[in-house]
Design a protein around this ligand. Structure first.
Ligand code: ARG
Length: 491
């Protein structure tokens, strides 16, 4: 029933020796991770380069052996990138690197694993991978923020109703709405910078779980790989995956924001609202209903958010009962991480594109502001300014709104005489005080929608983007580069 040693297994194993039989084909397929972790090849190569430099430093490798290995790593990188690897013949990315090196330089390759384990190696690969991934996501969020500012600046004169409980509330500048999302994504960028620092420690030296039997110079390896910190406890190192949880959590917040934003836009795009028009190149049609133009991309972003939420639960569940130290369950972490990363970056990328192409239906926005009594709060504030207690003013305007509804009127349709029946405080200046522009500009708090606050906040936002970009450039300097590392040792 089981195919075992008689079967000619394809995969070479770095651990063959103790195990008397080849694994069954099914077992091999089940345990192998190459299909997923081959994505980490670049990190495994640069990690190995730094490690062998460390091995030479303590005399495990000679200078010429080091040179040979480094040269071979370079050759191997090209070979992988040219697509000349038979991935199926390896169990995982670590054995791929070791056996492929052996093909190039022979037995010297079998020294590279001295004093290290796949258990600390995989953590190293993941941390290096995440440093790049976090940088990519920061870049995409910054791009989205630039689009938000562009749209806000372009639509500074546009007013539409803000909603609470999905009921029209008060007039607001479209630019203020965009700045709301700017703030939300600002917090995401701050989180990503923190995430980067949780990936900024050297794990190597932990080996399998209790530390390495070789006095490798961890400081030297950390410097080569640009890690700021050196992790302290080997048992913690090989069992830690918090850096993945943290990153996935941040991706959750990003996707929540995108999903809420998408939901708004889907609503604004309905025939009933017709506030916006989505560019045709980001919509799809129906196979049966010829008239349809569907906002699929936005719906898919909402949908993909569920995968990212599920992934957070998945990674937490994966970790919750892992006895110290390393257990194979941890191998499943990469599928989760890669999925989240792919969906989040694809969503960010396309959302920026969709947003760029959105046009506002100005007539419709204006028309919408004319119904729903969205100036009622300002009407109450008018009476307060004339000396009335707010609660009294609220009651009077409430009655006035009911009267308007019964008689199919707007607040500023009511003659002054009639207004005076509701309160003697009403005067001719009431009418200008409830015009849309007055409602917008009467919001004097600096977080509000007045044109002056919004203009200030737009300027502030431009400055914040510049500051983020500066920090981003510094962050890029903390990511090691393969060619830089190897070329230094080939001179
Ligand atoms: N492939 C493993 C992972 O992704 C790394 C190797 C773990 N070590 C082991 N003895 N299975 O976590």
């Amino acid at each position: 029933m089981f195919k075992n040693s008689k079967q000619n297994n394809k995969q070479k194993k770095i651990w063959a020796g103790r195990i008397s039989k080849n694994p069954s084909i099914d077992a091999e397929k089940f345990t192998s991770s190459i299909k997923i972790d081959k994505k980490l090849y670049a990190q495994d190569l640069i990690g190995t380069a730094a490690y062998v430099i460390g091995l030479e430093d303590i005399g495990i490798l000679t200078k010429s052996e080091l040179k040979e290995i480094i040269k071979a790593l370079k050759v191997l990188k090209n070979k992988i990138e040219e697509g000349n690897i038979d991935y199926d013949s390896y169990e995982d990315v670590h054995s791929l690197v070791e056996f492929e090196l052996e093909k190039i330089i022979g037995k010297i390759a079998y020294k590279i694993h001295t004093g290290r384990s796949r258990n600390d190696q995989i953590v190293l690969d993941e941390l290096l991978f995440l440093k790049n991934a976090i940088a990519d996501i920061i870049n995409l969020v910054l791009e989205l923020q630039s689009v938000l500012l562009l749209k806000a600046n372009k639509n500074l004169d546009l007013v539409f109703p803000a909603y609470t409980h999905m009921q029209k509330a008060q007039p607001v500048l479209v630019a203020h709405y965009f700045l709301a999302y700017f703030e939300k994504f600002k917090r995401c960028i701050e989180k990503l910078f923190v995430n980067f620092e949780t990936c900024n420690f050297l794990p190597i030296g932990a080996a399998a779980c209790v530390g390495s039997g070789y006095a490798i110079n961890r400081k030297l390896i950390a410097e080569i790989l640009k890690f700021k910190f050196i992790a302290s406890n080997s048992m913690d190192i090989v069992s830690n995956r918090e850096y993945i949880i943290d990153f996935i959590y941040t991706c959750n917040i990003i996707m929540q924001n995108l999903s809420r934003f998408a939901e708004d836009l889907i609503i604004f795009n309905t025939q009933e609202f017709s506030y916006i028009n989505i560019d045709d190149s980001f919509c799809t049609g129906s196979s049966i209903m010829p008239q349809k133009k569907n906002p699929d991309i936005l719906e898919l972003i909402r949908g993909k958010c569920s995968l990212v939420i599920g992934s957070l639960v998945q990674i937490l569940t994966l970790l919750k009962a892992i006895p110290l130290t390393y257990d194979s369950d941890l191998q499943e972490d990469k599928k989760i991480l890669f999925n989240v990363l792919d969906e989040t970056s694809a969503s960010l990328k396309i959302f920026s594109e969709v947003l760029k192409g959105i046009e506002f239906n100005k007539a419709k926005l204006k028309e919408s502001c004319l119904s729903g009594y969205i100036e009622a709060t300002d009407a109450a504030d008018y009476l307060v300014k004339k000396g009335l207690e707010f609660r009294e003013a609220h009651k009077i305007i409430g009655k006035l709104v009911s009267y308007c509804i019964e008689n199919n009127l707007r607040l500023n349709d009511i003659k002054l005489e009639k207004l005076k029946e509701f309160s003697v405080l009403f005067d001719n200046d009431f009418y200008t005080s409830i015009e849309l522009e007055s409602c917008i500009n009467s919001k004097v708090t600096d977080c509000g929608t007045s044109i002056s606050s919004v203009k200030n906040n737009l300027l502030k936002a431009e400055g914040e983007i510049s500051a983020f970009k500066y920090r981003f450039q510094n962050l890029l300097k903390k990511i090691p580069d393969f060619n830089e590392v190897v070329d230094k040792y080939l001179k």
